[in-house]
Design a protein around this ligand. Structure first.
Ligand SMILES: [Mn+2]
Length: 398
């Protein structure tokens, strides 16, 4: 069974107030070409279809039209799409039955009545080839209770395997789709380090029933086990400046009893996300270099500035006026303060503008230092603070 594994499209993202529709169209065009040349038996999209829970009508239409077009073009390819934490599960589920009529599987939930799961819609047969167990993002509480031996996730995924075992009488290859964080993954590009996060799971929870686990949620493509059976496909288009790694989709060949063979296909962005210049310089120099950026460079630009002094109040206007005559999309200034605030008093006697530039961790670390709390102790406080922030981010889909 050959699958095209992708996730985290984040359609409809408004990036520093810029609309990215033409970039999605550019991605869709490449995806169609990939399908045309590889003829996968199935395409699985493991969550975060949209960037927000209520995407605009034009973005929803773009998505619907594209999926239908792809289905018409390659009707032998089964399309399976699940929702992620950025999507509204119930909104994605509205058209579940309508999509089903078109032979396409778009799922926001796992049905459950009186505590009993019904995996029938989530178990998708790829005719003559295998099965896909399509599990959208669901929170831990919904997964049921832990017992003496198993975490809620382990119990849940063993139930999916049990269900699949009854259906898969010919012992064909099986793929599990889900949207979650696996312990030890590389989270580069995400806003906060979510390590130790309540939703992070061990890579053993999926059990042995699946020949390939097609993950979504983490934006950097990577494998989570030595065998390469458990993988994130990563984002096809960067959604933050810190995702400075290649983006693409994966074609995965899966045979029962042997390890999957994976080939990564890069998606070329219509616009790059550039941190410019690569090494930080002072604002004056950064603006000078920015002015020399070729007029036809259409990248998103984050100016990379490091200096001792505060940035002047009009720094964004200065940068925007340079960008006005260019094709680029100026977004923001990444500002690193150099060697200022050296003595302890300065650590906490901040002006309001200095204060507003700091993140909670920086504020806390200044406070601990100024209060004379030893590093060994403040490290513990800092990790607790990070955990709090991670839980907050997770609960608020940040
Ligand atoms: Mn995502």
């Amino acid at each position: 069974m050959k699958i095209l594994h992708t996730s985290d499209w984040h359609l409809g993202q408004v990036f520093y107030s810029y609309d990215r529709t033409d970039e999605y169209v550019h991605f869709f065009h490449q995806l169609k070409e990939i399908v045309k040349s590889h003829h996968p038996d199935a395409m699985v999209v493991s969550g975060d279809i949209f960037d927000v829970s209520s995407p605009s009508s034009s973005i929803m239409r773009l998505f619907t039209d594209f999926i239908l077009e792809l289905h018409e073009m390659e009707d032998g390819m089964t399309i399976v799409i699940t929702s992620g934490n950025h999507d509204s599960a119930s909104r994605i589920d509205i058209n579940r039955n309508l999509w089903k009529k078109a032979g396409i599987h778009v799922l926001g939930n796992v049905k459950r009545e009186n505590g009993i799961y019904d995996f029938s819609d989530n178990t998708i047969e790829i005719p003559g080839k295998g099965y896909v167990m399509a599990i959208p993002y669901i929170n831990r509480a919904f997964m049921g209770n832990a017992n003496n031996e198993n975490t809620p996730e382990e119990s849940f995924f063993s139930m999916t395997a049990e269900y699949l075992g009854k259906v898969n009488v010919d012992n064909l290859p099986c793929v599990l789709m889900c949207h979650l964080t696996v312990d030890g993954c590389d989270m580069k590009g995400h806003k906060t380090g979510m390590i130790g996060n309540i939703n992070s799971v061990k890579n053993t929870i999926f059990g042995k029933a699946y020949d390939y686990v097609a993950l979504g949620h983490i934006h950097k493509a990577q494998q989570l086990d030595e065998a390469g059976r458990i993988r994130y496909s990563g984002t096809p288009i960067a959604v933050s400046f810190d995702e400075d790694y290649p983006h693409g989709v994966s074609i995965v060949d899966i045979e029962k009893g042997s390890l999957p063979s994976v080939s990564r296909i890069e998606i070329k962005p219509l616009r790059e996300l550039k941190t410019f210049p690569e090494k930080p310089v002072d604002l004056k120099k950064a603006l000078k270099l920015f002015a020399k950026l070729p007029d036809n460079d259409n990248s998103y630009i984050r100016l990379n500035v490091a200096q001792e002094n505060d940035l002047p109040a009009d720094c964004l206007e200065l940068a925007s006026s340079i960008a006005a005559d260019k094709d680029c999309r100026f977004c923001i200034i990444k500002y690193t303060r150099l060697n200022s605030l050296q003595n302890e008093k300065e650590m906490i006697n901040l002006s309001s503008s200095q204060f507003s530039e700091l993140n909670p961790n920086e504020i806390a670390s200044r406070f601990f230092k100024a209060s004379g709390i030893p590093d060994s102790q403040s490290d513990i406080y800092m990790s607790l603070l990070q955990q709090l922030q991670d839980e907050y981010s997770l609960e608020n889909n940040l």
